[in-house]
Design a protein around this ligand. Sequence first.
Ligand code: NAD
Length: 339
Amino acid sequence: MSTSICSRALRRSTLSARSFKLSARAFSQSVSRDASWGFIGLGAMGYPMAKNLAAKIPEGDTLTVFDVNTASTEKLQSESSSQNVRIAKGPKEVAQNSDNIISALPEPQHVKSVFNEILSESLPKPPSESSRIFIDCSTIDPITSREVAKLVKEKGDADFVDAPMSGGVVGAAAGTLTFMVGADKSLISRVEPILMLMGKKVWHMGPQGTGLSGKLANNYALAINNIAAAEAFNLGIRWGIQPKALADLLNSATGKSWPSEVNPPVPGVKEGSPSSKDYTGGFGVSLMRKDLRLAMTAAHEAGAKLVLADVARTVYEETEKEHKGKDFSVVYRWLGGKE
Ligand code: NAD
C-alpha cells in the first residue's frame, strides 16, 4: 500500500463507524482515483455543511462547489485548511466533476433551474464511482422533487434523492443535522454515510419524495404549535401569571410543545433563546411561512383537509410584514404579548 493510500485509510479510520462504511466503499472503488464530491448552494445552511464536508472527506478527495454568490465559494476555498475545494463556473461543472452531489437551495424554482442547467446536455460518466447520485437537502414540495428525480433518471442516468434537514444553522455548523430521506431502499447504504458527515441522524421515510412529506408534516405541526404556545403565554401572562411559572407549568403538563419548551416566545423565560435576544437567530419567520405554504400545496394535492392552515398562513404573513428577519416565535410580539 502506498503512503498516500495509507494516510487516506488512516484518515478514514477517524470517521464514525457509519461513515467508515462509506469510506470502505469509496476506498475499494477508487484506489486508482480519488472520490469526487460536489456542493451547490452555499447559503446559511449549505455553507457550514460544505465546510464540514470539506473537512471530513478523505484527504485527496476533491469538493467542487458552486453558488451564484461568488463571495461564499471564495470564502469556503480560503477557509478550508486542506487544498481540496475547487470552484466551478456553474452547476453543470459541479455535476460533471462529481460522483456525490449535495444541494441546499432556497425554493422549488431554484432546484428546477439548477437541474435544468445540469441536464441541458448529457452528463459524462461519473469520475470515480460506478454511478452518480444527487442528494437534495432543500425544502421544496414533493411534486417538484419527484419531477426533478424523474428528469435526472431519464436524462442524466443518475439517482436523485430528497433529504431535507432540520437542526438549523447551529446544527449545520456543528454537523448535528437530522435528515429525512426519500429514496429507494437500495440507495440508503450509499446516502446515509454521506449525510452522516454533516449530521447525526438520518431517517429513511420511504420512496423518493417522502423525505419532504415527512419534513412538511413536521413543520406544519410546528407552525401551529408555535402560534398555540404564543397565544397560551399571552393569555396566562395577561391573567397575571409570571412567565417562568407559566412555562414550568406548561412544560410539565399537557400543553408542552417544542415552541413552549425549547423555543419559548416570551423574552427572559429561557436564556439564549431567540426571544431573549430580541428574536434574533433561530428559524426565520419567512422560512416558516414558506414551509407552511409548501405543506398546504402538498396537502391539497393529497386531498388532506387542513382546518388551521389558512389562519396560520395569515398569522405568518402579517407577522412577516411587521417583523421580517426575526425568529418565528416573534408571533408572540405580533399578538401584542407583554415583554
Ligand atoms: P439561503 O437562502 O441562505 O441559501 C441558499 C443559497 O443558494 C444562497 O447562497 C444562494 O446564493 C444560493 N443559490 C440560489 N440560487 C442558486 C442557483 N441557481 N445556483 C446556485 N446557488 C444558488 O437558504 P438556507 O437557509 O441555506 O436554506 C437552504 C434550504 O434549506 C432551504 O430550502 C430552506 O428552507 C432549508 N432549511 C433552512 C433552514 C434554516 O434554518 N436556514 C433549516 C432547515 C432547512
